[in-house]
Design a protein around this ligand. Structure first.
Ligand code: MIG
Length: 810
């Protein structure tokens, strides 16, 4: 192991310092007052910025350099770092002077071999390419005994990552199902959030190479960062709250794109709906049974021999008509696109021909075209590291858009490739060789460096294509593989889970962790992908599915159908109820999507996000928050009609009957169809009328007020599609609730912004322990309110004119 030794000399650099050690150079830069970047390179030759860098250029912050006998350091308004001159070890602290993210020594490095990296076990070349790929950098940060470690992306394990070694390397991990023992999966997110009472901080390891985090697994008090590539490069996020960490991470890597409203509705999928008639039957099934639906997904069999950007004309003779007919029923169509392009020489398959002629496909280290087997048979793979190739790929979506397709589902983009046709026994994974050259001729990169970006850049190319070819609408792209920053381009799902209770339970820490990594729009296949689902499992999965930011039912080929009516009338009623609840919650969910797009705020999140000062909640992963107002505690095991729930100190209400619920642990009823759902006191929950599709108007808005703690909320609305919202065509309605001696006061502020919602009825439901004597609106007595004892609420209805109002109970 080599170390940097002591400081030789240092100098000021833009927004920071450049420190020359006996061996190696360190750069410390305040990219913002609350985000410092550290780079260390043993030879002092730092890698140049690439156009696929997920970090947005930052302005840089004012900093002061300080030096004492003992330390050299850098200070901004929010963050301070000290460098130990003898070892290069850093220690950070905030305004409170409490150190965090302390190095246990300086950066160290050595030549590494591939066998040391568990996440690269499936890579066939057992040698790393020569050069920086073989230089592994290590850094140990002290793990505070009371700290929890969260995030690190899409994993099958526990919410708190302590005691794990976690590799960051994208693979198709279909096993089948997602056992907890799995390490890396389809996505790579080398970012971690640490949390202890009073301080959350984050770290984004800015490396697309293979990297891993050893979170106290080999040494109990050390968070060991490791990366290939010859350079250590990370961003330290100062927090101090979990919300601040996610805000800082998404300020760097991009905010979550605001999705079109329709995409927050229910999606139905399966591998595959056989043909146009079958798709129509599914749509009719939903409509006939009054089960809301916004989107149907077409899996790989819609294509002609799995050739991307084609249709099988026997199954779908008139795609435009099929899509248009669905659209008339308020249902959009999403189609799958894989990266593998059939290496078709016999027919005139333009995608392959053009791609070959224009040099868009990945080549082998020896110069020939790289081929591997996927659904279309022998296939070629676009090199998404090249700007021209991304554009070319994006442009191929133009016909699909012209046919009316609403969104694109990118699959198999880890990339997943095998060494022989799918129907031949004994197939083995055949990833691209690590020494494969990708990227622009003038700035090539090794596959070892950009492997983790393959799916990410495919999704980015797709979203950019949708934006170019349909500029008035928001692109909607779903991707399986991704790297940190994907939230600006695409929604993700967690891949091929299994119909079993374990995978249902796992979805909570999984989706929660994604939110902490800055990618809030995600969900898992409801009902489970592999194997046959069954009524009880499906019903329970649907119940929690209403709270996945991306809500889709999907299942594998050959499994029992998983539409809501496939398990009998009782389960159908539960599934309908769950989807209906989702649709009623849309005004709230859409506001959460806006907040995510502004600050990165996760939608579904672990309790530690909203209650960071209670270590008790760091490991509680079977209850989650859905935005700041709702807590949901799903049933994830067989035969339950009650479950333990733990409510943090404060005021809580049972969503279903409006009753106050005491904080602390409690055994709570959880009968089928009534997922334990709690509203935080001080909430104004906004519910819409029941709709079968988001294409139906929002004709009624219910404000459910839960007093107890004074609170503010702003309902955010816009056209639900397009970009006018970014030019001020938005409606923001401030809502506040407070307690006075006379009673509860609800204030509906003046609507702000140029978007004018269509006229609608407003319903006020004010949850109170007992009936008030009366209701005043803007100082005048209101007479037409009702007391609903079963709901413990006052109910009053009027028509929304966008005016400010002050309501008082007396
Ligand atoms: O080799 O397109 O994760 O959702 O249904 C399987 C078929 C390829 C994997 C995806 C899954 C999809 C399936 N795909």
């Amino acid at each position: 192991m080599q170390t940097c030794g002591a400081i030789h000399h240092w100098q000021r650099a833009a927004h920071g310092l450049e420190v020359v050690f006996e061996q190696g150079v360190m750069r410390l830069e305040a990219v913002a007052a609350d985000i410092f970047r550290l780079r260390f390179q043993p030879q002092g030759e730092f890698a140049a910025r690439r156009d696929w860098d997920v970090v947005q250029p930052q302005a840089g912050a004012e900093v002061q350099v300080f030096q004492t006998d003992a330390v050299l350091g850098l200070r901004s308004d929010a963050l301070r770092v000290e460098i130990d001159p003898d070892s290069g070890a850093l220690s950070f602290d905030g305004a409170d002077g409490q150190p965090f993210a302390q190095d246990m020594g300086g950066p160290h490095w050595r030549c590494v071999s591939i066998n040391e990296m568990p996440g690269l076990a499936t890579v066939p070349d057992r040698e790393l390419p020569p050069g920086p790929a073989r230089i592994g950098l290590f850094l140990d940060k002290h793990m505070h005994p009371r700290e929890g470690y969260f995030g690190v992306g899409q994993r099958s394990g526990r919410l708190d990552r302590r005691h794990q070694r976690l590799s960051n390397w994208t693979v198709d991990c279909a096993c089948p199902g997602h056992a907890q023992a799995h390490d890396n999966m389809y996505q790579a997110h080398p970012c971690v959030m640490a949390l202890r009472p009073g301080r959350a901080w984050g770290l984004f390891l800015h490396s697309t190479w293979y990297s891993d985090f050893d979170v106290g697994a080999s040494q109990a008090d050390s968070l060991r960062l490791f990366t290939l590539g010859g350079e250590l490069d990370y961003y330290l996020l100062a927090g101090p709250t979990p919300a601040a960490v996610v805000e800082q991470l998404t300020r760097l890597t991009g905010r979550p794109a605001l999705p079109p409203l329709w995409s927050l509705g229910y999606h139905q999928s399966r591998w595959s709906y056989a043909d146009a008639d079958n798709v129509q039957q599914i749509a009719a099934g939903f409509r006939r049974r009054n089960i809301p639906l916004d989107v149907i997904h077409l899996d790989i069999d819609y294509m002609h021999g799995y050739r991307v950007f084609t249709w099988d004309r026997d199954r779908f003779p008139h795609p435009e008509q099929t899509v248009a007919r669905l659209r008339q029923q308020g249902i959009r169509t999403v189609v799958i696109v894989d990266p593998g392009v059939k290496n078709d020489t016999r027919t005139d398959y333009a995608v392959a021909e053009q791609g070959r002629a224009q040099g868009h496909f990945v080549t082998r280290p020896d110069g020939g075209l790289f081929t591997g087997y996927v659904w279309p048979g022998e296939s070629l793979f676009p090199d998404f590291c090249r700007a021209a190739t991304r554009r070319w790929w994006g442009d191929w979506h133009a016909d699909l858009l012209a046919q009316g397709v609403a969104g694109i589902w990118c699959d198999m983009n880890e990339p997943a490739i095998v060494d022989r046709p799918f129907d031949t026994p004994g197939a083995r994974e055949q990833p691209m060789a690590l020494a494969t050259r990708q990227g622009e001729a003038q700035a090539p990169a090794l596959h070892a460096e950009v492997h983790n970006l393959y799916g990410h850049l495919m999704a980015r190319a797709t979203a950019a294509g949708l934006q170019r070819w349909r500029p008035q609408r928001r692109p909607w792209v779903l991707t399986r593989s991704a790297y940190t920053g994907i939230q600006s381009h695409a929604v993700t799902w967690m891949g091929d889970n299994r119909s079993c209770w374990e995978d249902l339970a796992m979805s909570l820490p999984q989706v929660s962790s994604m939110g902490l990594c800055g990618a809030p729009h995600t969900g898992v296949d409801i009902g489970g992908f592999f194997d046959d689902s069954w009524g009880e499992l499906y019903a329970r999965w649907m119940e929690i599915g209403s709270f996945y930011p991306f809500m889709r039912g999907h299942t594998a080929t050959g499994t029992r159908p998983q539409e809501p009516w496939r398990f009998g009338a009782e389960v159908e009623a539960v599934a309908r109820g769950a989807i209906e609840l989702r649709y009623r919650l849309l005004p709230y969910l859409y506001t959460l999507a806006h907040l995510a797009s502004r600050h990165g705020a996760p939608i579904l999140r672990p309790l530690c996000y909203d209650f960071p000062d209670h270590p008790r909640f760091y490991t509680l992963e079977d209850q989650v928050m859905f935005g700041p107002q709702l807590m949901v505690a799903p049933v994830t095991a067989a035969g339950q009609d009650h479950r333990w729930v733990e409510l943090p100190a404060g005021v809580w209400y049972d969503f279903w009957n409006g009753a106050r619920v005491d904080p602390g642990p409690l055994m709570h009823p959880a009968p089928m169809g009534r997922i334990p759902l709690f509203v935080r006191g001080g909430s104004v929950l906004t519910l819409g009328n029941l709709r079968q599709s988001t294409t139906e108007p929002l004709s009624q808005l219910t404000l459910q007020v839960y007093p107890g703690i004074d609170a503010h909320w702003t309902l955010i609305e816009d056209a639900g599609e397009g970009w006018a919202y970014s030019q001020g065509h938005i409606a923001e309605t401030p809502l506040a609730v407070s307690q006075t001696q006379g009673g509860t006061v609800v204030t509906l502020g003046q609507r702000r912004g140029a978007f004018q919602p269509a006229p609608r009825d407003m319903v006020l439901k004010l949850h109170l322990p007992v009936a008030p004597k009366g209701l005043m609106c803007d100082g005048r007595q209101v007479n037409d309110w009702r007391w609903e004892p079963a709901q413990r609420c006052l109910r009053w209805q009027w028509c929304d004119d966008g005016q400010a109002r002050r309501l008082e109970t007396v």
